[in-house]
Design a protein around this ligand. Structure first.
Ligand SMILES: Nc1nc2c(ncn2[C@@H]2O[C@H](COP(=O)(O)OP(=O)(O)OP(=O)(O)O)[C@@H](O)[C@H]2O)c(=O)[nH]1
Ligand SMILES: [Mg+2]
Length: 262
């Protein structure tokens, strides 16, 4: 089974624009906030030089690359966990993903005001993380209630599970993502069936203007600093970049392994 990757981020950060770049689908992109109101699903091929190399010897009829399923999730808003924006009901789609791409608005465009009033990708990381943490906390608390009942009737593993769940709860209440909590495989097994959102590996994608695509800009530098301090992976792209422009070619040369730029 192929891997599934969810694209998350605030509204108008360029999620659908990037989704269209890397998948075989052409979903609607507009200047309106929350233009995506249900998840778009696409597939992208993962180029693999090894396959091409093998083919140079055996000349197969057809080369079949590995596929990555991409899910473009509607934009999150500050307060989504309490119903702001279009809420967070679509987070069920995120739950089924193996990894997340968090698209960050790192471009200025006076014609497209940022919902929070200014461009600040580090603040945006914290807004989205907070909403995902709230959702995880909600789930952990629900499970704690269940396990407490089981502990009362003397179920064997309930006491251990409760201690583990309280550890996760404390971590989330400290505004931390589950992926940064140090746990043993045994403790991890207690929450394995919950598919917690902040446990998933994440890559931050700084969406910059075409001219900054090869070099990055002050916004992507701020994200770089954040990633150095907090951990994670990041990538700088210009999702609207014109393939004919010199900066697009520079970026392509710099990152030859990035999946199909259709
Ligand atoms: N200037 C500039 N505009 C961009 C860039 N990326 C996206 N946009 C524009 O931003 C607007 C919103 O892009 P979308 O891809 O629909 O944003 P989204 O994150 O999917 O938005 P929602 O679906 O509402 O969450 C469109 O007008 C895009 O053309 C970029 O790198 N530079
Ligand atoms: Mg969209």
């Amino acid at each position: 089974m192929g891997l599934k990757c969810g694209i998350v981020g605030l509204t108008n950060s360029g999620k659908t624009t990037m989704f269209n770049c890397i998948s075989n689908t052409k979903a609607e992109v507009t200047d309106f906030a929350y233009s995506t109101n249900k998840s778009n699903i696409g597939v992208c091929q993962v180029p693999d030089e090894r396959l091409t190399h093998i083919d140079s010897f055996i000349h197969a009829d057809k080369l079949v690359y590995a596929n990555l399923d991409i899910v473009d999730i509607p934009g999150l808003a500050k307060g989504a966990s309490t119903g702001a924006g279009i809420g967070n009901s679509f987070l069920a789609d995120v739950r089924l993903c193996d990894a997340l791409i968090h698209v960050l608005r790192c471009f200025d465009n006076p014609a497209l005001p940022h919902e929070e009033g200014s461009v600040d990708p580090v603040r945006d990381i914290e807004i989205v993380d907070f909403e995902l943490q709230c959702k995880d906390l909600e789930q952990i608390e629900r499970k704690i209630t269940k396990v407490e009942k089981a502990a009362k009737v003397g179920e064997k593993t309930a006491k251990h599970d409760l201690a583990v769940l309280l550890k996760y709860k404390e971590h989330l209440e400290g505004f931390q993502n589950v992926r940064t909590l140090e746990v043993t495989p045994d403790e991890k097994a207690v929450v394995a069936d919950m598919m917690l959102l902040t446990e998933k590996p994440v890559m931050f994608v700084c969406n910059v203007n075409d001219d900054d695509a090869a070099t990055g800009n002050a916004y992507s530098e701020a994200v770089k600093k954040y990633v150095e301090e907090h951990g994670g992976e990041m990538l700088v792209i210009g999702a609207t970049a014109n393939p004919k422009s010199p900066s697009w070619r520079a970026r392509r040369t710099a990152r030859p392994s990035w999946p199909t730029w259709a």
